[in-house]
Each structure stands twice: as structure tokens, then as C-alpha cells.
Design a protein around this ligand. Structure first.
Ligand SMILES: Cc1ncc(COP(=O)(O)O)c(C=O)c1O
Length: 388
């Protein structure tokens, strides 16, 4: 059986061949523990981890010692949020400000902290066409105060791809002395991300959304005067400056480093190509089908993300007709139960039936124009059939 055309790049991305090559070499020849300081196996492992740390840092204009390796973005988000809250010394700062459309890896730790005496505040999304899916600056400004401990706003949304004005929000948070975290999982490697320019204190990312391996990610932690104080989640051997104990995943970290190096070298070209292909896909679908609407504003949006609502279509039936030919998703597949309704689409104001008529198509580095044309034909034929 030939595999379906892969249009689910917001869920995960295929490994870049150069990443596979680098990781294979580590698995075959460099099995040392990066903490073994008594022999060359350990020295070499530590050296390649350091090179990867420099690559990861460089992609986001951070310093290598501001990077803590984790098992992915879920852990990075948990470390950022729980880590700051559990270390907080000022009892007057109990507000945790976030947004309704965040990933569960942000919403769940925030909810968890409610039971520990913190006060979650969830901002809504704007629903006017031009700013559809964005957070209003004024409502953010009104919600931050000297009671705010931490703000967490994602850079690019995993379901609808809209890009929030993180620079503005981080600066407002800073005026009030609050820590600012961004979940940049969907953005790093897919659009320019510069921690210094954004002014964030903490930033989460993961390798498997940028053609690297699963099971490895990072938390950027600003250094210097504004370095947030944090308590680790995992205690043990004191790795990663005692913020994340556990033997380092050397092959994964090396793969992550190579993925970052490639992303940096090809960012502009990848973005341009992927944006053109995504626009082609949307134009073809909207040309051949009536009532196809984009969920969330088209600008500013992550190149490659297309979340559409196809009026009157039950996407479970659509999947039944198409999913052996085109791979895409009906909601955030990075959640373990991908059949549950989408809290992100609900935050956009979509009714239940509109949510059930929505699909997410994710174009990536390895998508070709022929695949876009074939996929739009397959989807169009299936929708026409279902509408008969
Ligand atoms: C925005 C966002 N945050 C967090 C995660 C979780 O990342 P990971 O799979 O590395 O734990 C994902 C996707 O899975 C995501 O899209």
C-alpha cells in the first residue's frame, strides 16, 4: 500500500535525512554518557551535546547556557509554569495569566496550580475577521497587575496557526514585574524567533515539529538580572544545572541540534515555499468548493497551517473517504485523544457542528506542488460526494 500524502506537519514532521544520519552515527559509535567525565566516551558525548546546545541557542538568538534540554515541549511548558509558581516567594503574586487557545500542556499545569492556591486567568480570542484568533492588547494590559506572577501566551497556535504579538505582551508583563513564558513549539524552526527581540523570559520548543526526533525539546531560560527563579520538576543527578535531572538523551539532542542548524540555513526559503504551497491549496479548495472558510485570520499566520471549515461536512465521514490517500487531522493530534472537540475552535466561537466540519492541513518542507494538487483533488471529490 502506498502511503498517503502527508499534510499533518503541525502534528509532527518527518525526520530530515541529515538528522537521521547524525543520530545514526551517535547510536552506532558514540554511546557515552555526557556526564562521564573520566574517559573519552563521556568527553565526546559532552562535546556533541555542547555543539547541539549552541545550534539550538543560535536558532533563537539565545546563549547556549540559557538552554535546558527536556523530553519535549510538554515537559518544557510544565517546567516553566510549575517551576516558577512553586518557587515563587511573594505570596501577593498569585495570578497566572494565559489564553483560552493554549495547548493543554500549558492549560493543565495552570489548572493544577489552582489547587495550590494560584488564580488562573484565561483571556479570550478576538472574533473580528481581521484579528480572528488574536488576543487583544487592551484585554491583556487590563488583566496584568502587580498580582501577576506569570503570563504564558503561545507564539503560533498549533491548531489555527495564528501568531500572537508576543513582543508587546512580554513588554507589558515586564512593566508589572511578571515573568513571561511563550510556548513557541510550532514557531521555532518555521519562522524567525529571537528571544532577545521578543523580550521573553522563558520559551518552550520541541525537535519533532522541525524535522528533528521525538522525545527531545528545550526550555530557554533568560540569564542575568531577570533570570526567573525556578524549582525543578525532576530531582536526581543535578543535570542541566539541577533543573532537569536525568541522563541526557545524546542522540536526540544531536538530532535536535542538526534540525536547528538546517532550519536556520533554510528558514527564509522554506517559509516562502511553504507559504506559496499553502496559498495554492487554499485557492484550489475555495475555487472548486463553495463554503470553505479559514478558521483564524490568514495574517499573521504560521506558513504551512491551514485550518478550514467546510460547511455541512461531517469530517469523520470525510476522513473515512480520504484518510488512506491524504493524512491530515480534525483536531490537535498532539492530544492523546484526538476525537475530543477542539477548545481552540470553541474559543474562536465555532459551534459544535462547525467544529465537526473543520480540518487542519499542515504543509511542510517536504511537501511538493504535485502533492498539493493531488490532495486538493482528493478532498474536493470527497466533499462533492458527501454533499450530494
Ligand atoms: C503548541 C504546542 N505545545 C506543546 C506541544 C507538546 O509538545 P511535545 O510533543 O514535544 O511534548 C505541542 C505538540 O505536540 C504543541 O503543538
Amino acid at each position: 500500500m502506498s502511503l498517503p500524502i502527508y499534510l499533518d506537519n503541525n502534528s509532527t514532521t518527518p525526520l530530515d535525512p541529515q538528522v537521521i544520519e547524525a543520530m545514526t552515527e551517535v547510536y552506532k559509535s558514540h554511546f557515552g554518557n555526557a556526564s562521564s567525565s573520566t574517559h573519552p566516551y563521556g568527553w565526546y558525548a559532552a562535546e556533541i551535546v555542547q555543539i547541539a546546545r549552541e545550534e539550538v541557542a543560535s536558532l533563537m538568538n539565545a546563549e547556549p547556557d540559557e538552554i535546558v534540554f527536556t523530553s519535549g515541549a510538554t515537559e518544557a511548558n510544565n517546567l516553566a509554569i510549575l517551576g516558577v509558581a512553586r518557587r515563587a516567594s511573594q505570596k501577593k503574586r498569585r495570578d497566572l495569566l494565559t489564553v483560552e487557545s493554549e495547548h493543554d500542556a500549558v492549560l493543565d499545569p495552570v489548572k493544577e496550580l489552582e489547587a495550590e492556591g494560584f488564580n488562573p486567568i484565561l483571556l479570550p480570542l478576538l472574533r473580528d475577521r481581521k484579528v480572528y484568533g488574536l488576543v487583544e492588547e487592551e484585554s491583556f494590559r487590563n488583566a496584568v497587575s502587580d498580582k501577576t506572577l506569570l503570563c504564558s501566551v503561545m507564539l503560533a497556535n498549533n491548531e489555527i496557526g495564528v501568531i500572537q504579538d508576543i513582543k508587546q505582551f512580554a513588554s507589558i508583563a515586564q512593566e508589572h514585574g511578571a515573568v513571561f513564558h511563550t510556548d513557541a513549539t510550532q514557531a521555532v524552526g518555521k519562522m524567525p524567533v529571537d528571544v532577545k527581540d521578543l523580550g521573553v523570559d522563558l520559551l518552550s520548543c520541541t525537535a519533532h515539529k522541525m524535522y528533528g526526533p521525538k522525545g527531545v525539546g528545550a526550555l530557554y531560560i533568560r540569564k542575568g538580572e531577570r533570570r526567573p527563579l525556578m524549582k525543578p520538576l525532576v530531582f536526581g543527578g543535578g543535570h542541566e544545572k539541577a533543573l532537569r535531572s536525568g541522563t541526557l538523551n545524546v542522540p536526540g539532542i544531536v538530532g535536535f541540534g542538526v534540525a536547528c542548524r538546517i532550519a536556520r540555513a533554510h528558514l527564509e526559503e522554506d517559509m516562502k515555499r511553504i507559504k506559496t504551497l499553502t496559498a495554492r491549496l487554499l485557492a484550489k479548495l475555495q475555487c472548486s468548493l463553495r463554503d470553505v472558510e479559514v478558521n483564524g485570520c490568514l495574517e499573521p499566520r504560521l506558513p504551512g497551517n491551514l485550518n478550514i471549515h467546510i460547511k455541512g461536512i461531517d469530517t469523520v465521514r470525510l476522513l473515512g473517504l480520504t484518510n488512506t490517500k491524504v493524512a491530515y487531522s480534525t483536531t490537535a493530534a498532539c492530544q492523546s485523544d484526538s476525537t475530543s472537540p477542539s477548545h481552540v475552535l470553541a474559543a474562536l466561537g465555532l459551534s459544535n457542528s462547525e467544529q465537526l466540519s473543520s480540518i487542519r492541513l499542515g504543509v511542510g518542507r517536504f511537501t511538493t506542488e504535485e502533492e498539493i494538487d493531488q490532495a486538493s483533488d482528493i478532498l474536493t471529490q470527497a466533499v462533492v460526494k458527501l454533499r450530494k
